[in-house]
Design a protein around this ligand. Structure first.
Ligand code: DAT
Ligand code: MG
Length: 143
């Protein structure tokens, strides 16, 4: 079983709105394993986007929570849990569909591919910040 990891950011709007716990709980209940997490304030990854200045101001507007989650097909499943980029299109039941209204305040970021996840985890975390641990429910979540 390869180690399948993804990066999730709980964006500043969600931290301000006290939604960090709600977001974490969704990934925990799905069965994914938390392998790294920190609260911090800095961002410089989305510079290729045309809406960069507003996006940067938003991402710098307060602390965000960066997390690494591990699990079976975690990148794909996490994107599905996050929902469409535009909150208005995000289905009820998804994080954005339940917790946000507008594309510019869409609560979370999640890596969009295994390659991106690898790069983004390397950007946000040092190697020794990823904790290797065996969860006791393993046989009951992977089958
Ligand atoms: P996603 O976060 O679903 O992967 P993305 O990578 O295309 O979407 O864009 C990154 C973020 O940029 C997105 O979460 C919110 C912001 N964004 C995207 N399109 C936008 C738009 N039309 N107006 C304002 N912000 C936008
Ligand atoms: Mg993206």
């Amino acid at each position: 079983l390869g180690r399948c990891l993804t990066l999730v950011l709980v964006k500043p709007d969600a931290v301000q709105r006290r939604l960090v716990g709600d977001v974490i709980q969704r990934f925990e209940r799905r069965g994914f394993k938390l392998v790294a997490m920190k609260l911090l304030q800095h961002y410089q990854q989305l510079c290729q986007k045309p809406f960069y200045p507003a996006l940067l101001a938003y991402m710098m507007s307060g602390p965000l929570v960066a997390m690494v989650w591990e699990g079976y097909n975690v990148v794909r499943s996490t994107r599905a849990m996050v929902g469409d980029t535009n909150s208005a299109d995000a289905k009820p039941g998804t994080i954005r569909g339940d917790l946000s209204m507008h594309v510019s305040r869409n609560v979370v970021h999640a890596s969009d591919s295994v390659e991106t996840a690898h790069k983004e985890i390397g950007f946000w975390f040092q190697r020794d910040e990823l904790v290797a641990w065996e969860s006791s429910d393993r046989d009951f979540t992977y089958g």
